[in-house]
Write a protein that binds this ligand. Structure first.
Ligand SMILES: [Zn+2]
Length: 262
């Protein structure tokens, strides 16, 4: 695949119409009184979200295109990483167990263990996942690591990784080549997900781990450990490339939500 084409008219519509709508909402919301027009602003925001979702569907990449982008991106990311084997947990088995229940069966889900002390794991478009030895050392039981892996798989099950690339491509004024899309993806893979994407990945992750026979208590104890670690790290030490240590949502918020799931 040398070139991914996008329809210029749809692209124009995507950028300009949704941009105008957002501008209108921002202008309007700053001039109305909060109590009587809050609902209207909420309705408009909902409309903007639906419009965005529709545009992403129109310009959606196929699973094959996403896999190809992911493969190239993985090559670039991997140049700076040191890989290792894992002995503490049987990651291969846990990964295989969870993969039996994914919905996006054509995505090339795979993982690599990275030798670094940082307590983190992250996923990229196309299904590759990077698990740091730091997070493996930090965890004690299989249900905890099963949740971490299920959460990362869920960022791709819910298309969070590829959607960010799509947004960036939509916002560009040219029809990008495959190489240019990979560069966009490379520039974005380490950026944090939104709070709502994190909640969605937590929720889907818990569902996935339960289907594969793991216990939800692993997700709860993971967030409890993380809460302690957040305090140790402090706000200024939180790495941008960290899917778990972040100011929003906090480990406490995520733990509380997970407790109430299912
Ligand atoms: Zn996440």
């Amino acid at each position: 695949m040398n070139r991914i084409t996008t329809n210029n008219f749809k692209q124009f519509f995507a950028v300009h119409i949704s941009g105008l709508l957002m501008l209108f909402i921002l202008t309007f919301s700053s001039t109305v009184t909060a109590q009587d027009d809050g609902n209207l602003v909420n309705d408009l925001l909902k409309t903007a979200n639906i419009l965005n979702e529709t545009l992403l569907e129109i310009t959606a990449l196929s699973d094959e295109e996403e896999n190809a982008i992911g493969e190239e991106l993985d090559k670039q990311i991997s140049q700076d990483l040191r890989f290792t084997r894992e002995r503490k947990f049987n990651i291969k088995k846990i990964f295989k167990n969870l993969l039996q229940y994914v919905e996006r069966t054509r995505i090339n889900y795979n993982y690599k263990i990275i030798r670094t002390d940082e307590v983190n794991a992250y996923a990229i478009a196309g299904g590759s996942m990077y698990i740091n030895t730091g997070i493996l050392d930090f965890l004690d039981d299989e249900d905890e690591i099963a949740f971490v892996i299920a959460h990362e798989i869920s960022h791709n099950e819910k298309r969070h990784c590829i959607k960010r690339v799509q947004y960036a491509v939509l916002a560009s004024s040219f029809d990008p080549s495959f190489g240019e899309i990979v560069q966009v993806a490379y520039g974005m893979y380490s950026m944090p997900f939104s709070k709502y994407d994190e909640f969605e990945a937590d929720e889907n992750g818990v569902m996935l781990m339960l289907k594969a026979g793991y216990k939800k208590s692993g997700a709860v104890s993971f967030f409890e450990k993380l809460e302690k670690l957040e305090k140790e790290y402090g706000a200024d030490q939180r790495d941008a490339l960290n899917d778990f240590i972040s100011s929003h949502p906090t480990a406490r918020e995520r733990r509380d939500r997970v407790i109430n799931l299912y």
